[in-house]
Ligand binder design. Structure first.
Ligand code: FE2
Length: 318
């Protein structure tokens, strides 16, 4: 009888210990954001839905759903596979209905820039501005967004979500004059808030020239000169999160000194999801630092060698 009680207690202790260890095993914490001193944002690089590797993409959503400490999910554009057709947007709606976290998307070129049909040569055709507008409206409606550009305070941080929305651009990722004006006033209103910007394309020069696209005008945030000027005038901006270049976590410049723009802003590059191995970046926003971690969803493991800590400007010593 005594032995039976003892065995029951031992088994109970083993289960209890395993339950306590679960958060560490899966990179999660069961404390709410109010109880923790950090907020966890998960960043999806270009999802390109439905696209390729649908099962792998769905597994990413299940994994993120299982992270009890994940407070928000952000997608940095190219939510649609290719042309932003009604069928693609229907697939997008169904795909993200499975996500049980608050979702903060911005547009990429594939969400609004092209005609529904490719040319007879198989190339994408830039659509008229009325079609661009209709696809942007569709994006806003599907995700019930107040606008294509919006901001949110999380702890001491200002998060700015910028969509690619120019209707007459020669480039693939340009914000309109109206959005640039909004960004200017938003930054002016929050001069002392450490600021993180989410946009489809990276800042110029934050990657090595590792292929024919990196750092080229179509593959950086446009209008490049105006964005540079605005960033230099607003020293509170210290992080920029981008997709567009599909830079894999195995690339030399994925997490490197070259990511630092104008000695001020660190560009965090996020790889697309159209591949067998999908990586997501996680931002842990602490009051005085931001921890960046990369998760390999194929291995189900954090990539410790890519971990970075960024110090927001307001807490840096003068
Ligand atoms: Fe993309």
């Amino acid at each position: 009888m005594v032995n039976c009680k003892l065995i029951t207690r031992i088994i109970g202790f083993i289960f209890f210990s395993a339950w306590l260890a679960l958060p560490n095993l899966f990179g999660a914490s069961y404390l709410s954001a109010n109880e923790r001193d950090s907020h966890h944002l998960v960043i999806l690089g270009d999802p390109h839905i439905p696209g390729k590797y649908v099962a792998e993409k769905e597994k990413v959503i299940s994994t993120i759903n299982s992270w009890d400490d994940a407070d928000m999910v952000v997608a940095v554009g190219d939510i649609c596979e290719d042309l932003g057709t009604r069928e693609e947007y229907d697939a997008v709606r169904q795909f993200f209905a499975r996500l049980n976290k608050p979702f903060y998307p911005v547009t990429g070129n594939h969400d609004y820039l092209y005609e529904d049909q490719r040319s007879f040569k198989g190339t994408r055709v830039k659509a008229s501005s009325s079609i661009n507008k209709e696809k942007l409206r569709r994006f806003k409606e599907i995700f019930s967004l107040p606008d294509l550009k919006y901001s949110k305070k999380v702890g001491p941080y200002l998060l700015i979500f910028l969509s690619v929305d120019d209707l007459r651009s020669n480039f693939l990722a340009e914000i309109s004059e109206g959005t640039l004006d909004w960004l200017r006033s938003e930054l002016a209103r929050h001069k002392t808030d450490p600021t993180i910007i989410f946009f489809h394309a990276p800042l110029q020069g934050t990657l090595l020239d590792y292929n024919a696209n990196a750092n080229r005008p179509n593959f950086v945030a446009q209008p490049e000169k105006k964005i540079r000027q605005l960033i230099l005038q607003n020293s509170q901006v210290f992080l920029w999160l981008s997709g567009h270049t599909h830079t894999p976590a195995t690339n030399e410049s994925y997490a490197s000194d070259i990511n630092l723009y104008e000695k001020q802003v660190t560009n965090i590059h996020n790889c697309d999801m159209n591949r067998e191995t999908i990586w997501t970046n996680s931002l842990y926003l602490f009051p005085n630092r931001v921890l960046v971690k990369t998760f390999d969803h194929k291995k189900g493991a954090w990539m410790n060698h890519l971990q970075r800590t960024l110090i927001p400007p307001s807490t840096k010593s003068p």
